[in-house]
Design a protein around this ligand. Structure first.
Ligand code: C2E
Ligand code: CA
Ligand code: CA
Length: 780
C-alpha cells in the first residue's frame, strides 16, 4: 500500500517522512468520513435486524448486534483520536485497526447475510441482497483513500456472497453471481480511480507546499542580511507574499498587510503627503497600468511621522499563455543612502559661505525659469557686483570680508522675494526674476541697491557698500541661459564704466561693442606675440639748464595694416581686456633694455596703467625687467596715475620698488581729485603737471601751476610741466619755478634711431630748443 505511492511518472521522489505523512493523510481522510458512513451502516443493519429477522433468530440478532457494536466502538475510537491528538495512535496502529475493522465487519456481514439468506422469508431476499450491494458500495467509498482497505472490503464481501450463492440453488442466483462479478469489477475500478486521484491531489499539494517552503527559505536568506524585501501581489494588487521584513519596516502586522493592496499600503504610508510622493505614485500607477517592468522608483513615505524613502523595482508575473498573474519585485528602505545623496547634491548646489545657491544651481534655476516661462512672460537675469569689496578684503582681511559678505547677503535676501538669488562667486551675485506678462515697465532691481545704502558695522569698522547691477531679458535679448548671463555681465561692465551704483540694462549696441572688444583683444594678442609694439622716447629736460635728465617711453603699435598707431587707440581696450598686463610687461622690458644703453644717470620714465599697478605680480614684473636688462633701478622711473594708487597693496609695492632706487612720478596731476592728504601718503618723487594747465597761458592757470610747483617743493618733490609746445609756454613755466620740462617745444617723441642721434647731439650741449632764463633761476 505504501509502495503504491511510488508511481512511475510522478514528478519527484517522496522522502520517508513524506511517505509517513501521506499514509497519515489517507487514514485521516477515511476516519473523517467513517463516522457518518458507519452511522448509515448501523442504521441499515439495524433496520434489517429489527424489521427482517424474526425475534426467535437469536443467533443472527446477536451477530448483527455485535457487528453494530464493533463498528460503533471503532468509530468512537477513531472520532476521539482525530479530535484529541494525544490519544492518537501510531499510523501503523490505526492502519491495523482499520484493516481489522474492514475484515471483521466484512466477514460478519457475510455471515449475517448467509444466515439471513437461509433463515428468513424468501420474499425478503431482494431486501438483503440490495442491502449488501449498498453496504459494499458505501464501504468502497468510505475506505477509498486506503486502497488496500477498500479492495479488501469489496473482495471479502464479493467472494463471501459468491460462496453463499453457491450453497443455494435458487434459479436467479447464477445471474445474480454474474451481476455481482460485474459490480465488483466496477467497484474495483472506482476504488482504484478514487485512490489514485486522492494520491495525485495530495502529491500536488505537497509539491506546492515544498515550493512555498523553498521560496520562503530563499526569501528569508535574501532578506536576512539587508534592508531589502521581496514582494508579490496578485492582479488586484493584493499581497500574495508578505515578507516579515516588510511587516517590520512598515510597522504593520502580517495579517494587516494580508488585507491590503500595494496601493493601500502606500496610501497608509502617506505617499501622497508630498509632491514628489504624488509624482512617484503616478509613475507607479502608470507602470502597473501599462504592465512595464520598473527599477528603483523612489517613494517618499511616512512611518509614525518619520519621513523615509523606499525604492521599488518589479516586473509583471506573466504566465506561459501570456496571462498576467500579478507583480513580483524588490523593495528596499534606502532612507540613509537617499538622505546622504540628497545632502551631497545640496552641498554641490550651495555656496558654502552664504548658503545661497551657487553658480551651478543658478544656471539650472535659470534654465528652469526659461523653460517654464509663459508665452508673454519675461525672465530677467541680473548680475550684481559689489563695487569696493576687494579693497575691504585687502585692507581689513578675509575674515572681515567674509562677515561683510554674509551681512550683505542677509540684506539682499530680504528684498529678493520670489527672485532666485544666488552667489556666483567672489563679490558677485546672480538674480533671476520672473516678470509676468503685462508688466514690461517693471525693473525692480533698484531695491537691491537701495537696501545697501545704510553702512555695515563689522568688527568695529564702518563699511560703506555699493553695488552695480547689469541685466538682460529673456526672450528679448537671448534664449540661452549661458548667453543671458554673458549679456547681463556686459550690461554690468557698461554700468560700472559709466558710474557704478546703478542698474544697467543690456542693449544690442553693447553686443556690437563687445564683439569689437573681442576682436581687438585677439588683435592685441597677436600684436604682442609678433612684437609689433615699439617705444618712442620723449626727453625731459632741466628747466634751467636744458640738460636732458630723462626720456619718457611712449608706446606705439606698428600695425602691419594700419601703420603706426598711437596709444590712445589701444591702451583703453588693453586695460579693459586685461591685455595691458602682458603689453605693459613687454613695454617695461623694452624700456629697461633701451635705457641700459644710455649714459649713466639718464632715467627712463615708463607709464604704468592702474590695472597693472593693481595686479598682484606688478612688483615682480618690474624687478624681473631690471634683472633681465641689468638696468640700475635708479635709472627707472614709474609714471603712475592717482586712480592706480587707491589700494594699499599698490602703495606698498611702490614703497618696495622705491627702496631699490626706482623713482615714481605722478602723471597728469591736477586732472583728478588729488588732495594734499593723498599726496602726502604716496611715495612720489616727481609731480607731472597736466598739459591742460600749460596750454592755456591765462594768468589764473599759471597761478595754479605756480601753487602746484610750490606744493611739490614743500613735499620734497620735483615738479615737471608737460606739453610745453611754445617758447612762451616755456618761459612761463620757467618763471613759476618748474623744475623739469617736457613737450613738443623741446622734442617730439623719438624712435630708436632718432633717439641715438638726439643723444649724440645733446651729449655736449643742452636741449636744442632750450633757452635758459636769467641765472636767478638756478634750481637743480
Ligand atoms: P601721457 O603719459 O600723458 O604721455 C604724454 C602724451 O602727450 C604722449 O602722447 C605725448 O606724445 C604727448 N605729448 C608730449 N608733448 C606734447 C606736446 O607738447 N603737445 C601735445 N599736444 N602732446 C604732447 P601719446 O604718446 O599719444 O600717449 C598718450 C598716452 O598714452 C600717454 O599719456 C599715456 O597715458 C599713454 N601711454 C603711452 N605709452 C604708454 C605705455 O607704455 N603704457 C601705458 N600704460 N600708457 C602709455
Ligand atoms: Ca606719462
Ligand atoms: Ca601726462
Amino acid at each position: 500500500m505504501l509502495t503504491g505511492v511510488r508511481q512511475p511518472g510522478r514528478r519527484f521522489a517522496l522522502s520517508a517522512s513524506e511517505r509517513g505523512d501521506f499514509f497519515r493523510r489517507q487514514l485521516d481522510e477515511t476516519a473523517s468520513v467513517a463516522p457518518l458512513s458507519n452511522m448509515a451502516f448501523i442504521l441499515g443493519i439495524g433496520s434489517v435486524i429489527v424489521f427482517v429477522i424474526p425475534p426467535e433468530q437469536t443467533v443472527v440478532r446477536v451477530l448483527g448486534g455485535i457487528t453494530i457494536l464493533l463498528v460503533f466502538l471503532n468509530s468512537t475510537r477513531v472520532a476521539v483520536s482525530l479530535r484529541v491528538p494525544r490519544w492518537r495512535q501510531s499510523t501503523r496502529f490505526d492502519y491495523i485497526g482499520l484493516m481489522l475493522e474492514v475484515v471483521v465487519i466484512a466477514i460478519l456481514d457475510i455471515v449475517l447475510f448467509s444466515k439471513l439468506f437461509t433463515t428468513i422469508d424468501s420474499n425478503y431476499d431482494v431486501v438483503i441482497i440490495a442491502t449488501m450491494a449498498g453496504v459494499m458500495g458505501a464501504g468502497t467509498i468510505n475506505f477509498y483513500t486506503v486502497r488496500s482497505a477498500s479492495l479488501s472490503w469489496i473482495y471479502i464481501h464479493g467472494l463471501g456472497l459468491m460462496i453463499v450463492f453457491s450453497m443455494h440453488s435458487e434459479p436467479y442466483l447464477p445471474v445474480l453471481a454474474i451481476q455481482l462479478a460485474i459490480y465488483m469489477f466496477a467497484l474495483t475500478v472506482g476504488a482504484m480511480y478514487l485512490s489514485a486521484s486522492f494520491q495525485r491531489r495530495w502529491m500536488a499539494e505537497i509539491q506546492a507546499d515544498s515550493e512555498r517552503q523553498t521560496v520562503s527559505l530563499l526569501l528569508d536568506g535574501f532578506e536576512g542580511g539587508s534592508r531589502d524585501w521581496l514582494w508579490e501581489v496578485d492582479t488586484d494588487g493584493r499581497f500574495s507574499h508578505i515578507s516579515p521584513r516588510l511587516s517590520q519596516l512598515s510597522g504593520l502586522s502580517v495579517s494587516d498587510l494580508q488585507d491590503m493592496t500595494f496601493g493601500q499600503l502606500l496610501n497608509h504610508l502617506e505617499i501622497t503627503s508630498s509632491d514628489e510622493g504624488k509624482a512617484a505614485a503616478e509613475l507607479l500607477v502608470d507602470k502597473f497600468e501599462r504592465t512595464t517592468p520598473f527599477r528603483d522608483i523612489v517613494v517618499p513615505i511616512r512611518i509614525d511621522g518619520d519621513r523615509r524613502w523606499w525604492s521599488f523595482s518589479a516586473s509583471p508575473r506573466v504566465l506561459e499563455d501570456g496571462e498576467i498573474r500579478g507583480w513580483r519585485g524588490v523593495g528596499s528602505d534606502i532612507t540613509e543612502r537617499y538622505v546622504h545623496e540628497q545632502e551631497i547634491l545640496r552641498l554641490a548646489a550651495t555656496d558654502s559661505l552664504t548658503g545661497l545657491p551657487n553658480r551651478r544651481s543658478f544656471g539650472s534655476e535659470l534654465e528652469r525659469a526659461i523653460n517654464g516661462r509663459g508665452n508673454l512672460d519675461r525672465v530677467r537675469v541680473a548680475i550684481l557686483d559689489l563695487d569696493n569689496f576687494k579693497s575691504v578684503n585687502d585692507t581689513l582681511g578675509h575674515p572681515v570680508g567674509d562677515r561683510l559678505l554674509l551681512a550683505v547677503t542677509d540684506r539682499l535676501r530680504t528684498v529678493a522675494g520670489s527672485d532666485v538669488f544666488a552667489r556666483m562667486g567672489g563679490d558677485e551675485f546672480g538674480i533671476v526674476a520672473h516678470v509676468p506678462a503685462g508688466r514690461n515697465s517693471y525693473v525692480g532691481f533698484e531695491r537691491y541697491l537701495d537696501v545697501l545704502q545704510e553702512p555695515f558695522y563689522i568688527a568695529g569698522n564702518r563699511i560703506e557698500v555699493r553695488a552695480t547691477i547689469g541685466y538682460a531679458n529673456n526672450p528679448d535679448d537671448a534664449g540661452d541661459a549661458d548667453e543671458l548671463v554673458m549679456l547681463a555681465d556686459l550690461a554690468l561692465n557698461e554700468a560700472k564704466s559709466t558710474g557704478r551704483n546703478r542698474v544697467g540694462k543690456f542693449s544690442p549696441a553693447l553686443r556690437a561693442w563687445a564683439s569689437e572688444r573681442a576682436t581687438a583683444q585677439q588683435e592685441l594678442d597677436r600684436g604682442i606675440a609678433a612684437n609689433q609694439f615699439e617705444l618712442h622716447y620723449q626727453p625731459q629736460v632741466n628747466a634751467t639748464t636744458g640738460q636732458v635728465v630723462a626720456f619718457e617711453a611712449l608706446l606705439r603699435w606698428n600695425h602691419p595694416v594700419k601703420g603706426l598707431i598711437g596709444p590712445s587707440q589701444f591702451i583703453g581696450v588693453a586695460e579693459e581686456t586685461g591685455m595691458i598686463i602682458p603689453l605693459g610687461a613687454q613695454a617695461m622690458a623694452l624700456a629697461c633694455a633701451e635705457a641700459a644703453k644710455w649714459p649713466a644717470g639718464m632715467r627712463v620714465a615708463v607709464n604704468v596703467s592702474p590695472v597693472q599697478l593693481l595686479s598682484i605680480d606688478f612688483c615682480k614684473m618690474v624687478e624681473s625687467a631690471l634683472d633681465a636688462t641689468g638696468l640700475d633701478p635708479k635709472s627707472l622711473q614709474l609714471e603712475i596715475t592717482e586712480t592706480g594708487v587707491v589700494e594699499d597693496r599698490a602703495i606698498s609695492d611702490l614703497h618696495t620698488l622705491r627702496s631699490l632706487g626706482v623713482t615714481v612720478a605722478l602723471d597728469d596731476f591736477g586732472t583728478g581729485y588729488s588732495s594734499f592728504a593723498t599726496l602726502q601718503r604716496l611715495p612720489i618723487d616727481v609731480l607731472k603737471i597736466d598739459r591742460f594747465f600749460i596750454v592755456d597761458c591765462a594768468d589764473h592757470q599759471m597761478a595754479v601751476v605756480k601753487s602746484v610747483v610750490e606744493l611739490a617743493s614743500l613735499l620734497g618733490m620735483v615738479s615737471l610741466a608737460e606739453g610745453v609746445e611754445t617758447p612762451v609756454q616755456l618761459r612761463r613755466v620757467q618763471a613759476v619755478g618748474c623744475d623739469l620740462i617736457q613737450g613738443f617745444h623741446i622734442s617730439k617723441p623719438l624712435n630708436a634711431a632718432q633717439l641715438e642721434a638726439y643723444l649724440a647731439a645733446t651729449a655736449t650741449s643742452s636741449g636744442q630748443n632750450f633757452h635758459p632764463l636769467d641765472s636767478d633761476f638756478s634750481r637743480p
